[in-house]
Design a protein around this ligand. Structure first.
Ligand SMILES: [Zn+2]
Length: 237
Protein backbone atom coordinates (compact mmCIF):
# COMPACT_ATOMS: atom_id res chain seq x y z
CA UNK A 1 0.00 0.00 0.00
CA UNK A 2 1.39 3.35 -1.01
CA UNK A 3 1.80 5.98 1.67
CA UNK A 4 -0.81 8.23 0.09
CA UNK A 5 -3.48 5.54 0.09
CA UNK A 6 -2.65 4.66 3.69
CA UNK A 7 -3.20 8.27 4.61
CA UNK A 8 -6.42 8.37 2.67
CA UNK A 9 -7.60 5.21 4.40
CA UNK A 10 -6.78 6.73 7.81
CA UNK A 11 -8.59 9.90 6.88
CA UNK A 12 -11.74 8.03 5.84
CA UNK A 13 -11.49 5.94 9.01
CA UNK A 14 -11.34 9.05 11.25
CA UNK A 15 -14.03 10.80 9.23
CA UNK A 16 -16.34 7.81 9.52
CA UNK A 17 -15.97 7.55 13.27
CA UNK A 18 -16.25 11.24 13.96
CA UNK A 19 -19.53 11.35 12.02
CA UNK A 20 -20.69 8.16 13.67
CA UNK A 21 -20.07 9.52 17.15
CA UNK A 22 -22.20 12.61 16.63
CA UNK A 23 -25.40 11.61 18.33
CA UNK A 24 -28.37 12.70 16.27
CA UNK A 25 -31.48 13.65 18.21
CA UNK A 26 -33.98 10.86 18.05
CA UNK A 27 -37.49 10.07 19.18
CA UNK A 28 -36.03 8.38 22.23
CA UNK A 29 -34.43 11.66 23.30
CA UNK A 30 -37.73 13.42 23.63
CA UNK A 31 -38.47 14.60 27.11
CA UNK A 32 -39.84 17.73 28.70
CA UNK A 33 -39.16 20.69 26.48
CA UNK A 34 -36.54 19.04 24.33
CA UNK A 35 -38.32 19.13 21.01
CA UNK A 36 -38.66 22.86 20.68
CA UNK A 37 -34.98 23.29 21.56
CA UNK A 38 -33.90 21.12 18.63
CA UNK A 39 -32.59 22.49 15.35
CA UNK A 40 -34.95 22.39 12.37
CA UNK A 41 -33.05 19.44 10.92
CA UNK A 42 -33.23 17.53 14.20
CA UNK A 43 -36.95 18.22 14.42
CA UNK A 44 -37.48 16.89 10.92
CA UNK A 45 -35.45 13.78 11.69
CA UNK A 46 -37.47 13.12 14.82
CA UNK A 47 -40.75 13.52 12.93
CA UNK A 48 -39.63 11.11 10.22
CA UNK A 49 -38.62 8.69 12.97
CA UNK A 50 -42.07 8.94 14.51
CA UNK A 51 -43.69 8.27 11.12
CA UNK A 52 -41.52 5.20 10.63
CA UNK A 53 -42.22 3.92 14.12
CA UNK A 54 -45.98 4.37 13.71
CA UNK A 55 -45.82 2.54 10.36
CA UNK A 56 -44.02 -0.32 12.10
CA UNK A 57 -46.58 -0.32 14.90
CA UNK A 58 -49.46 -0.47 12.40
CA UNK A 59 -47.78 -2.69 9.81
CA UNK A 60 -48.15 -0.08 7.07
CA UNK A 61 -46.62 -1.29 3.79
CA UNK A 62 -46.72 1.94 1.80
CA UNK A 63 -44.83 4.26 4.19
CA UNK A 64 -45.92 7.85 3.54
CA UNK A 65 -43.46 10.64 2.71
CA UNK A 66 -43.20 13.60 5.04
CA UNK A 67 -43.22 17.23 3.95
CA UNK A 68 -42.91 20.28 6.15
CA UNK A 69 -44.46 23.71 5.86
CA UNK A 70 -44.91 26.74 8.07
CA UNK A 71 -48.32 28.41 8.30
CA UNK A 72 -49.09 29.97 11.68
CA UNK A 73 -52.81 30.54 12.27
CA UNK A 74 -53.88 27.97 9.69
CA UNK A 75 -55.63 25.90 12.35
CA UNK A 76 -54.22 22.71 10.85
CA UNK A 77 -51.30 20.97 12.54
CA UNK A 78 -50.86 18.29 9.92
CA UNK A 79 -52.77 16.54 7.16
CA UNK A 80 -52.48 13.43 5.04
CA UNK A 81 -52.76 13.38 1.26
CA UNK A 82 -53.54 9.88 0.00
CA UNK A 83 -53.00 10.83 -3.64
CA UNK A 84 -49.48 12.08 -2.83
CA UNK A 85 -48.92 9.44 -0.13
CA UNK A 86 -47.57 12.25 2.01
CA UNK A 87 -48.09 13.55 5.53
CA UNK A 88 -47.76 17.34 5.57
CA UNK A 89 -46.63 18.79 8.90
CA UNK A 90 -47.24 22.43 9.80
CA UNK A 91 -44.14 23.24 11.83
CA UNK A 92 -45.61 26.54 13.00
CA UNK A 93 -47.58 24.57 15.58
CA UNK A 94 -44.69 22.56 16.89
CA UNK A 95 -42.41 25.54 17.31
CA UNK A 96 -44.95 27.28 19.53
CA UNK A 97 -44.65 26.03 23.11
CA UNK A 98 -47.64 28.00 24.36
CA UNK A 99 -50.11 25.89 22.35
CA UNK A 100 -49.05 22.79 24.21
CA UNK A 101 -48.86 24.47 27.61
CA UNK A 102 -52.40 25.77 27.16
CA UNK A 103 -53.45 22.16 26.65
CA UNK A 104 -51.54 20.88 29.68
CA UNK A 105 -49.33 18.66 27.55
CA UNK A 106 -45.84 18.88 26.13
CA UNK A 107 -45.11 19.89 22.58
CA UNK A 108 -43.64 16.41 22.32
CA UNK A 109 -46.91 14.79 23.33
CA UNK A 110 -48.85 16.96 20.96
CA UNK A 111 -46.48 16.16 18.16
CA UNK A 112 -46.35 12.40 18.68
CA UNK A 113 -50.12 12.27 19.04
CA UNK A 114 -50.67 14.32 15.87
CA UNK A 115 -48.23 12.36 13.72
CA UNK A 116 -49.67 9.04 14.93
CA UNK A 117 -53.15 10.37 14.09
CA UNK A 118 -52.14 11.32 10.55
CA UNK A 119 -50.30 8.07 9.86
CA UNK A 120 -53.36 6.18 11.13
CA UNK A 121 -55.21 7.71 8.17
CA UNK A 122 -52.67 5.99 5.88
CA UNK A 123 -53.45 2.73 7.66
CA UNK A 124 -57.19 3.30 7.16
CA UNK A 125 -56.53 4.03 3.50
CA UNK A 126 -54.53 0.82 3.07
CA UNK A 127 -57.39 -1.20 4.55
CA UNK A 128 -60.22 0.36 2.56
CA UNK A 129 -60.50 -2.65 0.24
CA UNK A 130 -59.53 -5.53 2.51
CA UNK A 131 -63.15 -6.61 3.03
CA UNK A 132 -62.98 -6.47 6.84
CA UNK A 133 -65.54 -4.65 8.93
CA UNK A 134 -62.95 -2.00 9.74
CA UNK A 135 -61.92 -1.65 6.09
CA UNK A 136 -65.53 -1.33 4.95
CA UNK A 137 -66.24 1.32 7.58
CA UNK A 138 -63.21 3.31 6.38
CA UNK A 139 -64.23 2.93 2.74
CA UNK A 140 -67.76 4.04 3.44
CA UNK A 141 -66.55 7.02 5.48
CA UNK A 142 -63.98 8.19 2.94
CA UNK A 143 -66.62 8.03 0.20
CA UNK A 144 -68.64 10.54 2.27
CA UNK A 145 -65.84 12.31 4.12
CA UNK A 146 -66.93 15.46 5.96
CA UNK A 147 -64.37 18.25 5.52
CA UNK A 148 -63.47 20.29 8.59
CA UNK A 149 -64.07 23.55 6.73
CA UNK A 150 -67.63 22.52 5.82
CA UNK A 151 -68.71 21.06 9.16
CA UNK A 152 -66.21 21.10 12.06
CA UNK A 153 -68.42 19.01 14.38
CA UNK A 154 -69.31 16.52 11.69
CA UNK A 155 -65.64 16.23 10.81
CA UNK A 156 -64.74 15.49 14.43
CA UNK A 157 -67.27 12.71 14.98
CA UNK A 158 -67.03 10.69 11.77
CA UNK A 159 -65.64 7.15 12.00
CA UNK A 160 -62.17 7.69 10.52
CA UNK A 161 -61.52 10.75 12.71
CA UNK A 162 -62.66 9.06 15.93
CA UNK A 163 -60.48 6.07 15.06
CA UNK A 164 -57.44 8.25 14.21
CA UNK A 165 -57.88 10.27 17.40
CA UNK A 166 -58.14 7.14 19.54
CA UNK A 167 -55.06 5.67 17.96
CA UNK A 168 -53.04 8.90 18.26
CA UNK A 169 -53.74 9.11 21.96
CA UNK A 170 -53.06 5.41 22.55
CA UNK A 171 -49.77 5.56 20.68
CA UNK A 172 -48.59 8.69 22.52
CA UNK A 173 -49.60 7.27 25.90
CA UNK A 174 -47.78 4.03 25.12
CA UNK A 175 -44.62 5.98 24.34
CA UNK A 176 -44.94 7.85 27.63
CA UNK A 177 -45.21 4.52 29.45
CA UNK A 178 -42.12 3.32 27.61
CA UNK A 179 -40.33 6.38 28.96
CA UNK A 180 -39.73 7.98 25.55
CA UNK A 181 -40.95 11.32 26.77
CA UNK A 182 -42.94 12.92 29.53
CA UNK A 183 -46.45 14.23 29.25
CA UNK A 184 -46.34 17.05 31.70
CA UNK A 185 -44.76 20.25 30.51
CA UNK A 186 -45.62 22.25 33.59
CA UNK A 187 -42.79 21.17 35.82
CA UNK A 188 -41.74 24.77 35.94
CA UNK A 189 -40.63 26.04 39.32
CA UNK A 190 -40.26 29.55 40.70
CA UNK A 191 -39.88 31.19 44.08
CA UNK A 192 -43.26 32.53 45.19
CA UNK A 193 -43.79 35.82 47.07
CA UNK A 194 -43.76 33.98 50.41
CA UNK A 195 -40.35 32.52 49.60
CA UNK A 196 -41.67 29.01 49.00
CA UNK A 197 -40.87 26.91 45.96
CA UNK A 198 -43.75 27.05 43.51
CA UNK A 199 -44.29 24.15 41.08
CA UNK A 200 -46.88 24.85 38.38
CA UNK A 201 -47.57 21.17 37.58
CA UNK A 202 -48.21 20.22 41.20
CA UNK A 203 -50.28 23.33 41.80
CA UNK A 204 -52.40 22.55 38.73
CA UNK A 205 -53.02 18.95 39.73
CA UNK A 206 -53.71 19.85 43.39
CA UNK A 207 -56.23 22.54 42.50
CA UNK A 208 -58.34 21.62 39.47
CA UNK A 209 -60.81 24.30 40.68
CA UNK A 210 -58.18 26.91 39.85
CA UNK A 211 -57.34 25.30 36.49
CA UNK A 212 -61.01 25.18 35.55
CA UNK A 213 -61.26 28.93 35.92
CA UNK A 214 -57.81 30.16 34.92
CA UNK A 215 -56.36 27.46 32.68
CA UNK A 216 -52.92 26.07 33.36
CA UNK A 217 -50.33 28.55 32.17
CA UNK A 218 -47.54 28.50 34.77
CA UNK A 219 -47.31 32.31 35.00
CA UNK A 220 -51.07 32.59 35.63
CA UNK A 221 -50.97 29.85 38.26
CA UNK A 222 -48.07 31.53 40.04
CA UNK A 223 -49.93 34.82 40.03
CA UNK A 224 -52.97 33.06 41.48
CA UNK A 225 -50.87 31.57 44.28
CA UNK A 226 -49.27 34.92 45.11
CA UNK A 227 -52.57 36.82 45.04
CA UNK A 228 -54.97 34.31 46.63
CA UNK A 229 -53.25 30.99 47.30
CA UNK A 230 -51.01 32.24 50.11
CA UNK A 231 -53.98 33.79 51.97
CA UNK A 232 -56.10 30.68 51.35
CA UNK A 233 -53.39 28.41 52.73
CA UNK A 234 -52.86 26.52 49.46
CA UNK A 235 -49.80 24.34 48.95
CA UNK A 236 -47.47 25.75 46.24
CA UNK A 237 -45.56 22.61 45.31
ZN1 LIG B 1 -57.69 13.21 11.07
Amino acid sequence: MKKISKLLFLFIFIFYFSIGSVKAASLKDLSDNTFYKMSIEEKKNVIIEIVNDVCLDLGIVNVPNVEFYNKPGQGVRAYNSFSKNTVFVNMAYFNDVSIAINNLVTVDYYLVNTIAHEVRHSYQNEHQNDGTEFGNACKQNYANYIEYGKDPEGNLWQFVEIDARDYGKKYADKKIKNGWFKKNDLNITAIADDGQLFNAANYASRYPDVVTVLGCRPSVLLKHYNTYGIKEGRIPN
